[in-house]
Write a protein that binds this ligand. Structure first.
Ligand code: TXA
Ligand code: MG
Length: 366
């Protein structure tokens, strides 16, 4: 199958593109589209065969449930069995936007869409193209991130093309996804609201609205405890490039010294390493390593939304750069720290190098 990319202009001329995309979805086909978090791979969320097509296109295990994307609140009651306390205030505060809520599902939602679960994940995206497509399709869109299973989520149309070319008929190109990390997931189907995936909307903001919110213990990353996450998709090896990535825990000067040493060793072995760093710390590494140290800046620590925005794009490049190892700074301390580090830890397969155990200077740069 030929995969066509169509560019959205952001005006009335786009209407015919949404109609073309909606016709494909109504016919049971799949269309990739931009959202404010990452690109989604959309199909009719009420059609079991569309869910199966999504799993096949991504190469994704079919026990990993899909998120239903809606454009109006009034479709929610038909998709869920009950609307728990807190739902209304969460929707008022964060919808449309990067928050996915989990409810007990109604009979209308096929089990194929929910990976066999009794619950359903629902989100109202804020990206105008996503909303326009959902409205044109006149059904909730089941849409996982539009990457091949195991690859970083796509933040540009070209990333979708790299992964799914020949497997889907159409990609709507709406430019870069502004946030760059997938939505925060909060499960409302149990006794206490629980965060299953950290995202742009952090714990403090959720606590302000809900009062009590707990974190899925699997997110706490307790050493020696391998706890199964409650969002099935969180258990898969994700975002992990083939080149090994190591996270450096320590202060800025220690990290820089360590990486320069590793670059000298790489030079002796005729290899090349990369360092994932921030704009603020970039000057610490600037030293002639004759091409054996590739510095990749993720953005500014002081604006960690810039790090979130760039992360997946940088992770995607790593395997094509001929690197023997990658070392990364950590980004715990900003407002998006939990969301960024959740993805970065997976990319690094949880490999940490502890440079110093009791460094007060760590606070300056994590
Ligand atoms: O930002 C996003 O959420 C993007 C854009 C496209 O909207 N979508 C996305 O979908 O990240 P996906 O399929 O890549 O990730 C959905 C996650 C998976 O980890 C899945 O296991 C979890 O949500 N999930 C979905 N339904 C669930 C349910 N009923 N119970 C627990 N976890 C669920
Ligand atoms: Mg995904």
């Amino acid at each position: 199958m030929e995969t066509i990319i169509r560019h959205l202009q952001g005006g009335p001329a786009d209407d015919s593109l949404y109609r073309e995309a909606a016709d494909l979805i109504k016919a049971g086909e799949l269309v990739a589209f931009p959202t404010e978090t990452v690109y989604g791979l959309g199909g009719n969320g009420l059609l079991a065969s569309s869910a199966s097509k999504i799993y096949a296109a991504k190469g994704r295990p079919s026990d990993n449930p899909l998120i239903l994307h809606i454009a109006e609140r009034d479709v929610l009651p038909g998709l869920v069995r009950e609307i728990p306390a807190g739902t209304e205030s969460l929707m008022d505060a964060f919808w449309p936007g990067p928050l996915t809520l989990i409810f007990k599902k109604s009979k209308r939602v096929p089990r194929e869409t929910t990976g066999g679960l009794d619950t359903v994940a629902i989100r109202m995206p804020s990206h105008p193209a996503a909303l326009a497509l959902i409205r044109a399709a006149e059904v909730p869109l089941a849409a996982p991130s539009a990457n091949a299973s195991g690859r970083p989520s796509p933040t540009k149309a070209i990333h979708v093309y790299e992964d799914l070319k020949g497997r889907i008929p159409l990609i709507l190109d709406g430019g870069e996804s502004p946030i760059g990390l997938e939505s925060t997931i909060v499960d409302l189907s149990g006794l206490v609201p629980e965060i299953l995936r950290p995202g742009y909307i952090g714990l403090p903001a959720l606590q302000r609205v809900l009062g009590t919110v707990v974190l899925d213990p699997a997110l706490l990353d307790i050493p020696g405890k391998d706890i199964a996450p409650r969002a099935p998709g969180m258990k898969y090896r994700h975002y992990a490039p083939r080149v090994p990535i190591f996270l450096l825990a320590g202060n800025a000067a220690q990290r820089a010294a360590y990486i320069k040493q590793k670059a000298r060793e790489a030079k002796e072995r005729h290899q090349r390493i990369a360092a994932l760093v921030s704009q603020e710390t970039l000057p610490l590494y600037q030293e002639d390593q004759e091409g054996h140290l590739l510095l990749l800046s993720l953005g500014e620590r002081s604006r960690d939304e810039s790090i979130a925005h760039a992360l997946f794009g940088v992770l995607r490049q790593l395997d094509s750069l001929g690197l023997s190892q990658v070392y990364s700074e950590t980004f715990e301390s900003g407002p998006l720290g939990p969301a960024i580090m959740n993805r970065l830890r997976k990319a690094a397969s949880f490999q940490y190098i502890q440079l110093d155990n009791n460094s007060e200077a760590e606070e300056q740069y994590d």
